[in-house]
Design a protein around this ligand. Structure first.
Ligand SMILES: [Zn+2]
Ligand SMILES: [Zn+2]
Length: 227
């Protein structure tokens, strides 16, 4: 399921109700869903060619078919230096507060893809086309977001979700604590993103959100006072 969101920005919806998404931005694949997302991602890339692949972070629902896709299309894989270990080993739950939690074990066993060599690392202020990399640590240590200033498109990864991951009801939420390295630090990253005044927010989980009523900033304010 391929949807155009903005010029040269496409959402690949990998599961019903947009519960897992990846994106193509200006010829770059951002994230790749889970291992079984391979067929859908491959089909999308046959329609919209990409020259490289970036991870917002190396969790199982973002790197699931990265190894297969990079091999199939002969494209390089990029991530933040603090995500390299998990990206290259495929041991993707090692930064969870409890990597032995039963859900973490299931993710590792059924969702995670094999590790893949990182060609180049990326960090704050690096550019991917017209998008700037913004370091947004907290959900994972080396989590990054991507922001295009000219039209306010924000690829937010898992800094926030637009869905309750249990009920799939739409709405802004913090990522679950059990999958988040440091929630306080994640909220600080959210505060940074709110200052950018994003117009269109693209989530790892949940539908795209047009931030017309400044709902995002209100949500961030609420999280900031709750913590
Ligand atoms: Zn995650
Ligand atoms: Zn995720």
């Amino acid at each position: 399921m391929l949807h155009q969101i903005a010029p040269e920005v496409f959402q690949i919806s990998l599961m019903p109700r947009n519960s897992i998404n990846c994106y193509i931005i200006e010829g770059v694949l951002v994230d790749s869903g889970i291992r079984s997302s391979y067929t859908i991602v491959k089909k999308a890339l046959q329609k919209i060619p990409v020259y490289q692949h970036i991870l917002t972070h190396a969790h199982a629902d973002h790197q699931g078919c990265s190894d297969q896709i990079c091999a199939e299309f002969s494209i390089p894989l990029l991530c933040h230096p603090d995500e390299v270990f998990r990206t290259e080993t495929g041991m993707v739950t090692t930064d969870y507060p409890n990597p032995q939690h039963w859900i973490a074990r299931l993710q590792q066993k059924f969702w995670a893809g094999q590790g893949h060599t990182v060609e180049r690392t990326i960090g704050e202020n690096d550019k991917i086309g017209n998008f700037s990399i913004i370091e947004t640590p907290g959900h994972s240590q080396g989590h990054i977001s991507l922001f295009r200033e000219q039209d306010g498109v924000l690829i937010i990864g898992d800094v926030a979700t637009n869905m309750n991951l249990l009920t799939t009801a739409t709405g802004l939420r913090l990522p679950p604590n059990i999958f988040t390295t440091d929630q306080q630090r994640n909220i600080e990253s959210l505060q940074r993103l709110a200052k950018l005044n994003p117009a269109i927010i693209c989530f790892g989980h949940g539908p795209i959100m047009k931030n017309t009523e400044r709902q995002f900033e209100q949500f961030v304010d609420k999280c900031s006072t709750a913590f």
